[in-house]
Design a protein around this ligand. Sequence first.
Ligand code: FMN
Length: 176
Amino acid sequence: MSQSRILLIYAHRDPAASRVNRALLTAAATLPNVTVNELMTRYSDFRIDVAHEQRLLLDHDVIVLQFPCYWYSTPAILKEWQDAVLSYGFAYGPGGDKLRGKVLMVATTTGGPVDAYQAGGFNQYTMSELLRPLQATANLTGMSYQPIFSVHGVRMLDDAALDHAATAYRARLAAV
Ligand SMILES: Cc1cc2nc3c(=O)[nH]c(=O)nc-3n(C[C@H](O)[C@H](O)[C@H](O)COP(=O)(O)O)c2cc1C
């Protein structure tokens, strides 16, 4: 059986300043079936090339959205990408079946520690709860939503723990 083609859409407000997502991305990019699409590098002006992005989606089976969690949500460039690219007639509505049958996986990093993201914890909600709009997007577009890959407590993460997380991320993607 041929390998799934994975499109890794990376959204970071300031890619040059990233430590954690950069390490995850570098590990993921060593997989031969992963195409990395760095949104902020390509679209620092937020002017998304919709036709190009839709072509990329059509050419892949698995879509990974990787981003640092900002204000319990996605970075603005990823929201802009969604608003522009997941259009009527492409992702939903009449004829909008182009994503149907693909797989959607979210990979995110948080400053807050893992135990903050639960009922009764500092942030009260799990990442699954906070990122429901992405799950609803998968539902609407007919994509299969995978369990979230997350790295928490990034300020406490030493280099060995970061290496471990990056290896685990690569293994998750290799197993999709
Ligand atoms: C604008 C902004 C908003 C953030 N919001 C959150 C948040 O809601 N929850 C949280 O746990 N961490 C939050 N953080 C921390 C980031 O998630 C953290 O710095 C990031 O995951 C680290 O990844 P990086 O090294 O790739 O930048 C925020 C950081 C910034 C800059």
